[in-house]
Design a protein around this ligand. Structure first.
Ligand code: MOS
Length: 732
């Protein structure tokens, strides 16, 4: 199906399919105790009392904690406010209930059964207060981001005078789109095994950010970070929900210390909907103007995004919408809406997915208003340089993505008239296109290589394997560089014992880890006295270098980053990213999606039989896992457009459909042909390996491509995601 090499398979494939691979909490030390949370059942207020008597009487219950003194366990701080937690709120610290589903007690027992039974017997009395569950409800407080968070990265993007240019333009489109709250629903539940070994705390957890857990827990307890070890060899999906210190780890460590036993916690699926981050609801207005030929003249992009009462989760939607096309006049405005919920956060393409749904829907409307082909109008408006800074793009092959995608999809056969194409069974056929972009960020990294005379090499580097294939990409780089068998390479990621660990997110994993490993390989060659390139006989080279083992280390930072302060932040487990603006250039990854939908005439069910996606992620570091990433991103896009929504009842708060039965992620029956291709042109400036990011750009633009295809099929625009059968039924 895809013309990619299968030479380099996923290095952990065998372990995955046989169940041999160990995930964070797949650990059963002797004397393990099991923890379960009881949670608040009101939307907001105070806990007056917690009745734990019945819970305490359950056989096997060892400990029930309803309050932890803030002197014993401090707030983890908010990750976007200089701290480590997905939110600043530390449950059990006081009597406050900030949202439905917040923990109010922790039960620890000899068995999971006993802990679960006891947690269910816990009751509480509350003083309930009014609360706000949705963007439009009374009590929703609007905060202007540029004023509340006055840092350059979060300022409103303003280039030229978009309002004047829009008002003067002959063709105008003015749309408002709505995105629901959604949850990441990774297959591996959020889970930990926490144990004290002497005065060292060991945390096993599937995470994208072992460095934040290490430093954050240390800060919470007031101990040295060197006394915390975090081990996260493989993660069963992160998607942003596992990208920071979870507030359960502190209470688990308290329980483990009091009991003198290791403690394991696996959040239930409904608890992952309330005790971890999610994609916030948003509403976005786009005003887009063009001349009669379809040349885009001005864009105004205004966003209201949900946040919590206790933290401001910053919005960054206009970073990408301002760069999609060569539009000279652009004005962005981002506001945050406080509601009574846990703090939302990053979920795959956290801003770019909705930002491009809004923009690329508007571009499609401009194409129809000016009688232009949707592919041709995108090619004609491509940006020659970055419209925000005037700097060149380090690489930008979005036009090539569009051309190649149109060719492979057979776009030339499209009749542009809505409702003009029909299948033999009567289904309306629609073809739609949209592009996506995602900022090219990178983080500092330290890589350690250890080669021995037996010819094996151990690579330890900052990064986390959450299924995206970072271990495979690192293995491929080392194997190709040294000309050695991948089986001789062992990769350690997500382990604070081996090298400092930075957050792996924002699609910067590959462009962060590979340059560090590349630099370490140069050091290794120098130490071994072998040429800069070409195959190396490690066995004899290590022996000649005079020993049984040669170890080297290299540190890399993003272009233009001041090394010392960012490496200091790396060591402290703090976010230290560079990009997408660098000294002298700007970096984004790109994709073009071509989608066919079929709308059944009686049920109005929308199917997506065929998708062609062509990505520009720089050099493709690992074809097999890259293809899989794009396929997964498209599947996420199908879910985001047609299925996924975390439902909220304003009378109760919390999220209603917090199980896998009721939160409809895409299943095999929803997924048909997804044809993935890559431009595969190395980026010449971002790093010497030539790689940019991929995991998130893969889903950016899918919703707009589907929405545009649904318009082509039905003649109706649907501005509220997900597009539901009942919406289509009502429109026909
Ligand atoms: Mo990912 S949404 O960048 O943690």
């Amino acid at each position: 199906m895809n013309p990619v090499s299968t030479e380099r398979r996923r290095v952990d494939a065998h372990g995955k399919v046989t169940g041999a691979l160990r995930y964070g909490a797949d650990r059963l030390p002797d004397d393990l105790a099991y923890a379960v949370f009881a949670v608040a059942t009101i939307g907001r207020g105070r806990v007056l009392g917690v009745d734990t008597d019945a819970a305490q009487r359950v056989p096997g219950v060892q400990l029930v904690i309803t309050r932890i003194d803030p002197d014993e366990l401090r707030s983890p701080g908010f990750i976007m406010g200089g701290g480590y937690g997905f939110q600043s709120l530390q449950p059990l610290a006081d009597d406050r209930v900030a949202y439905r589903g917040q923990p109010i007690a922790l039960v620890v027992a000899d068995t999971l059964l006993a802990a679960t039974e006891a947690a269910e017997l816990i009751t509480a009395t509350y003083e309930a207060e009014p609360f706000t569950a949705t963007l439009d409800a009374p009590g929703a407080e609007t905060v202007v981001q540029a004023q509340a968070l006055p840092i350059p990265m979060l300022a409103d993007t303003v280039v030229g005078d978009a309002d004047a240019a829009y008002a003067a333009a002959p063709v105008q489109v003015d749309i408002e789109v709505h995105g629901p709250a959604q949850h990441q629903v990774p297959m591996e539940l959020i889970s930990s095994v926490v144990e004290w070994r002497g005065d060292t705390l060991v945390v096993h957890e599937g995470t994208q950010n072992s460095g934040a857990i290490q430093n954050g827990v240390a800060q919470q307890f007031g101990i040295e970070p060197g006394r915390v070890e975090v081990i996260s060899p493989s993660v069963g999906g992160g998607f942003g929900q596992k990208n920071s210190l979870q507030p359960h780890i502190g209470p688990l460590a308290v329980a483990a210390r009091r009991l003198g036993r290791p403690v394991k916690l696996v959040l239930t699926r409904p608890q992952t909907f309330h005790q971890a981050s999610f994609r916030p609801a948003s509403r976005q207005r786009v005003r887009l103007a063009a001349d009669a030929s379809g040349r885009l003249l001005a864009a105004i992009h205004e966003i209201d995004q949900q946040t919590s009462r206790h933290d401001l989760f910053p919005a960054m939607y206009t970073e990408v919408s301002s760069r999609l096309y060569g539009i000279g006049d652009f004005r962005g405005r981002q506001r945050l809406i406080r509601t009574d919920v846990q703090t939302p956060g990053y979920m795959r393409a956290p801003f770019e997915h909705m930002s491009c749904f809004a923009m690329e829907s508007a571009v499609d409307e401009i194409a129809y208003a000016t009688d232009q082909d949707p592919v041709a109008i995108r090619l004609a408006n491509d940006a020659a340089e970055d419209p925000v800074t005037g700097l060149p793009f380090s690489s930008r092959h979005v036009a090539e993505c569009l051309r190649r995608g149109a060719e492979r999809f057979g776009w030339a056969e499209r009749n542009p008239q809505p409702r003009s194409m029909q299948a033999p069974d009567g289904a309306l056929i629609g073809w739609g296109v949209a592009i996506g972009a995602y900022p090219g960020n990178v983080a500092p990294a330290i890589a350690r290589l250890s080669a021995d005379a037996a010819g094996t090499i151990i690579v330890a580097v900052a990064g986390h394997e959450m299924g995206q294939g970072i271990r495979t990409a690192i293995t491929a780089l080392v194997a190709d560089d040294l000309g050695i068998d991948p089986a001789a390479i062992e990769v350690s990621v997500g382990d604070t014992r081996h090298t400092p660990q930075h957050l792996t997110a924002g699609s910067w994993g590959t462009a962060t880890a590979l340059p560090a490993v590349h630099a370490a390989l140069r050091r290794l060659r120098a130490r071994l006295g072998v040429p800069e390139t070409g195959a190396v006989d490690l066995h004899s080279a290590v022996a000649t270098a005079g020993g049984t083992r040669v170890e080297v280390e290299a540190t890399t930072v993003g272009v233009g980053q001041p090394a010392e302060p960012v490496v200091d932040r790396l060591r402290k487990g703090l976010v230290a990213i560079a990009g997408p603006e660098y000294p002298g250039f700007v970096t984004f990854s790109y994709i073009a999606h071509f989608v066919e939908v079929r709308v059944e005439p009686t049920t109005c069910r929308i199917r997506v039989p065929r998708v062609v996606s062509v990505a520009d992620c720089g050099r493709v570091a690992s074809p097999v896992t890259a293809t899989s990433q794009v396929r997964g991103g498209v599947i996420w896009g199908i879910g985001a457009t047609l299925r996924e929504q975390s439902l909220v009842d304003p009378r109760y708060g919390g999220f209603l459909n917090s199980t896998m039965e009721e939160y409809p992620i895409v299943v095999n029956a929803d997924v048909h042909q997804i044809d993935v291709h890559f431009v595969d042109e190395p980026d010449p400036l971002l790093n010497p390996v030539g790689v940019k990011g991929l995991g998130e750009v893969a889903m950016v633009g899918v919703s707009a491509a589907i929405g545009n295809a649904v318009f082509h099929a039905t003649g109706s625009r649907f501005r509220r995601l997900p597009i539901r059968i009942e919406d289509v039924l009502a429109s026909l």
